[in-house]
Design a binder for this molecule. Structure first.
Ligand code: 3PG
Ligand code: 3PY
Length: 205
């Protein structure tokens, strides 16, 4: 899992967490992010449009590493891979999701969410050492991620949830953080020039 996630997200500092309402926005959105230097996207499965949007990007924009988010069940993970998602993100981890994920560590690796040492240890037992730290700000923020790095240095995190342009750098300077996630990069409304501006700004954090 770790080597595949590292490979897929090596160029990523900030991962846009997207709630997409219209599948036809997928390519303009991907293009706006690419123009700003952002090369990975997490399409959350919170809308009907999410899987078709992920599929459209996977097919037509090979430079964009498209993943799905809000993957809650084994079926969500299977559908993600079928749609062409290169990785998947979940807010937490269950036994059944871990079982399904283990079959897909190469083809569609899962990045599961954790917020405590016990959750991190459970994820490690199931073969995951690249994890989301979620919800980041309310779970102790950057000081909590730093503290987890003491006993659990082999794990690296993507903090998400309450991350913003104001606090992103405090996470990204930690050795056990490989990227951060956030919804701020893609405000509602389809202002693609603004998306490009926010993307470009985020690559400098
Ligand atoms: C989410 O759940 O939508 C993500 O964690 C992003 O959260 P944010 O809006 O706090 O960036
Ligand atoms: C997800 O939706 O996958 C989360 O982890 C919350 O951002």
């Amino acid at each position: 899992q770790a080597s595949r996630i590292d490979e897929l997200l090596s160029g990523t500092r900030v991962m846009p967490v997207v709630v997409i309402e219209r599948a036809e926005d997928a390519l303009p959105l991907a293009d706006a992010l690419l123009e700003g230097g952002v090369t990975a996207i997490e399409m959350t499965l919170r809308t009907e449009a999410a899987l078709p949007a992920a599929e459209a990007i996977a097919k037509a924009r090979p430079d964009m590493v498209v993943g799905t988010g809000t993957v809650l069940t084994p079926g969500d993970l299977r559908r993600s891979e079928e749609a062409g998602a290169r990785f998947a993100v979940s807010p937490g981890l269950t036994e059944t999701l871990a079982d399904e994920a283990a079959k897909r560590f190469e083809s569609c690796p899962l990045l599961p969410g954790t917020a405590t040492a016990s959750e991190v240890m459970f994820a490690m037992e199931r073969g995951f050492t690249r994890l989301k730290f979620f919800p980041a700000e309310t779970s102790g923020g950057a000081p909590a991620v730093k503290a987890l790095g003491g006993p659990l240095p082999q794990v690296r995190f993507c903090p998400t949830g309450g991350v913003s342009p104001d606090n992103a750098a405090s996470y990204l300077k930690l050795p056990n953080v490989f990227c951060v996630g956030g919804s701020w990069l893609v405000p509602k409304g389809g202002d693609w020039a603004e998306v490009t501006r926010l993307a470009r700004e985020s690559t400098a954090f």
